[in-house]
Design a protein around this ligand. Structure first.
Ligand code: PEP
Ligand code: MG
Length: 328
């Protein structure tokens, strides 16, 4: 099977009905980039910039950040890279950013983390914005913000970038050729105000890891809860469908960058919901490309509509049986 995936490395993932699906990979360290040509992903749909902070004993200085981002873009060789600004704090605590607020977090996943922290420690976001802008000079820069729960947070984070752009322009420094700003959709509240957010963003990336834990109020790190919810449950699939419906017809990219997209049945369900962009763990790229080539979108969309209108007792069993009947 590994050999079969290797053969798929240079094959573009088209469905049986001829739709090109984007299959990207998630990364976080310089070393991860060597996987890109190995698995043949379309690019990096989620670069978790906090990894550099998590593996460092001290706050990574701006120059070190710039160097990393430049190396990542070089390694991508022109393929798309989406940089996510730091998602530290909460359960990804770093000692050099310790604070009383963080220590007192009773629910770290829902605590002072990600953009909440970055907007308060503005120097942190400012340095990161400058590093990303400088590393992308003359290239395309895609930035997304984690844990956005209301549109104003997106505005505030983008304003930090706009200030840095104005500064670099005044200094007559070279800027990126193109800059796209997007948001992670991983806090359920954001889904209720998409009409307000969509005009502001170029793209949205659904973080199903956090979205699921918040939707089910079930800690994603607690193994005792793992069996209590299922990515193939009607609650999640209906929620995702509403996001797809809210974005349809608008000029906004939509994808999934959580682990859900890297599993065959879950990816099949996402295709059935109309999601045509998946950013997944590198080892899943081959298997998901293989799946894409077996799928007829109309068939899975029709099946998904039926299941979501009147959910079967077990969605997982229904999708499993459906896939088996078609040798998928
Ligand atoms: C997610 O929450 O789904 C996600 C992709 O981000 P992370 O796993 O880094 O929280
Ligand atoms: Mg997340």
């Amino acid at each position: 099977r590994q050999a079969a995936y290797a053969e798929l490395r240079d094959v573009e993932p088209f469905t049986r009905c001829g739709t090109r699906i984007q299959v990207l990979m998630n990364a976080g360290l310089r070393e991860d980039m060597s996987n890109l040509p190995l698995v043949g992903a379309d690019g990096v749909g989620l670069f978790r910039t906090e990894f550099q902070f998590l593996v460092s004993a001290t706050l990574p200085q701006r120059e070190r950040q710039t160097r990393l981002y430049r190396d990542v873009l070089d390694a991508a060789g022109g393929k798309e890279v989406v940089f996510r600004t730091v998602d530290i704090g909460g359960d990804k605590a770093v000692p050099y950013l310790a604070s009383e607020e963080a220590e007192n977090d009773e629910n770290p996943a829902m605590g002072w983390r990600a953009l909440r922290l970055a907007l308060e420690r503005e120097g942190l976001l400012k340095a990161q914005a400058r590093a990303l802008l400088e590393a992308s000079a003359g290239k395309k820069l895609n930035v997304m913000f984690p844990m956005v729960s209301e549109p104003w947070e997106f505005d505030a984070a983008k304003a930090v970038f706009d200030d840095q752009i104005a500064f670099l322009r005044k200094q007559k420094k070279m800027l990126p050729d193109e800059i796209n700003f997007g948001a992670m959709l991983e806090v359920p509240s954001l889904a209720e105000v998409l009409d307000l957010l969509i005009p502001k963003v170029s793209f949205l990336s659904i973080g199903t890891n956090d979205l699921t834990q918040f939707l089910f109020a079930a800690d994603r790190a607690n193994p005792k809860l793992a069996a209590r919810y299922d990515w193939l449950s009607p609650a999640i699939l209906r929620f995702l469908r509403r996001i797809v419906q809210a974005t349809t017809g608008h000029n906004v990219g939509l994808g999934v960058c959580g682990e859900m997209g890297g599993r065959r049945l879950e990816a099949l369900a996402l295709l059935g919901l109309g999601i045509h962009r998946l950013s997944i763990t590198p080892v899943s790229v081959g298997p998901i490309k293989e799946l894409v080539r077996q799928v007829d979108l109309k068939q899975i969309e029709d099946a998904m509509n039926g299941w979501l209108a009147s959910p079967p007792p077990s969605m997982r069993e229904a999708i499993t049986a459906w896939a088996r009947e078609r040798d998928i």
